[in-house]
Design a protein around this ligand. Structure first.
Ligand SMILES: [Zn+2]
Length: 298
């Protein structure tokens, strides 16, 4: 058997393996002028899904899960906050599994997912995403309150600087989350091999170190978070270091497209490729197009 991966843009994928369709995040809808599948697909059109595995509860990951769950009956695995938001959106509790990291959930007789605690990117540290080779230093040791004050600058920036389409989409997609809800990474164990899924650029070094999945999907957006502090270096430094820790055979990037124009950037892959060559030369970078059904495992 061969597992395939379809990228819906941002950090959302459909993984097909061992007779299952597993959505990794559920943000299928895109801002009207954003990069994404063409013709556009919305969450309302997804009619085949068994499980939705959610990394964190921000709208650009979770928005759409409520409709996919309703249409398909798929079960949602996510943080307690993800489940709270989905319950509020009308998804029955018995259709969801709350996780915090440490759980292994059987998705079928031969597919399992192990949930691991993780970190969200330092979204408070920038009002616009920087290019992948741009070095950012400092901002270390800030308190929660100081980070919140910085985050308010980003909120102000959104209100004044986002193009109308992006702002409209942002307001439409709000689901009343209380922050990221605690970021998680998911390690899927399938008959075709193992796949690690991360949907925001952050990690606990001790947790990801030495996992060696066959495939790692890693987020490449914003300022990386290493053990609770912003990376001292560039996004490319961050991704390269993660690949060095994880040592995956293959690497797929996510969150690196221009998903929210005015805030996001179309990420330059050249600095990331250079860091990967230096730090994880055995890892193959696999570039996915939108919805191209790339064979990914084994
Ligand atoms: Zn997020």
């Amino acid at each position: 058997m061969t597992a395939t991966l379809d990228w819906y843009g941002c950090a959302t994928f459909a993984l097909r393996t061992a007779g299952l369709t597993i959505f990794l995040d559920a943000y299928v809808d895109r801002s009207a002028n954003a990069a994404g599948p063409d013709p556009r697909v919305t969450a309302d059109e997804i009619d085949e899904c068994d499980w939705i595995v959610v990394g964190h509860s921000h709208f650009d990951h979770l928005y759409g899960a409520e409709r996919i769950a309703r249409t398909t009956g798929a079960r949602i695995i996510g943080s307690y906050e993800t489940v709270r938001v989905m319950e509020q959106a009308g998804v029955p509790l018995e259709q969801m599994i709350c996780v915090a990291g440490g759980e292994t959930v059987a998705l079928s007789d031969d597919v399992r997912v192990t949930v691991l605690p993780s970190q969200h990117s330092c979204v408070w540290s920038q009002t616009a995403m920087r290019q992948s080779g741009e070095v950012c230093l400092g901002d270390v040791g800030l308190t929660w309150q100081e980070q919140q004050a910085r985050f308010q600058e980003l909120v102000q920036h959104f209100a004044t600087a986002l193009p109308q389409e992006s702002l409209h989409h942002l307001l439409t997609a709000q689901q009343g989350d209380r922050g990221d809800g605690g970021a998680l990474v998911h390690l899927l164990d399938t008959p075709d091999g193992t796949l690690l899924y991360q949907d925001t650029s952050g990690h606990w070094s001790g947790i990801v170190s030495g996992l060696r999945p066959d495939v790692a999907i890693l987020a490449a957006a914003g300022r990386g978070n290493v053990d609770g502090e912003p990376v001292q270096g560039s996004l490319a430094t961050f991704v390269g270091r993660e690949a060095e820790l994880l040592q995956p055979a293959r690497l797929v990037l996510c969150h690196h497209d221009d998903w929210l124009p005015g805030f996001s950037v179309a990420t330059d892959l050249a600095p990331i490729r250079a860091e990967l060559a230096r730090r994880a030369p055995a890892t193959e970078l696999v570039e996915l197009g939108y919805l191209d059904g790339t064979p990914i495992l084994p």
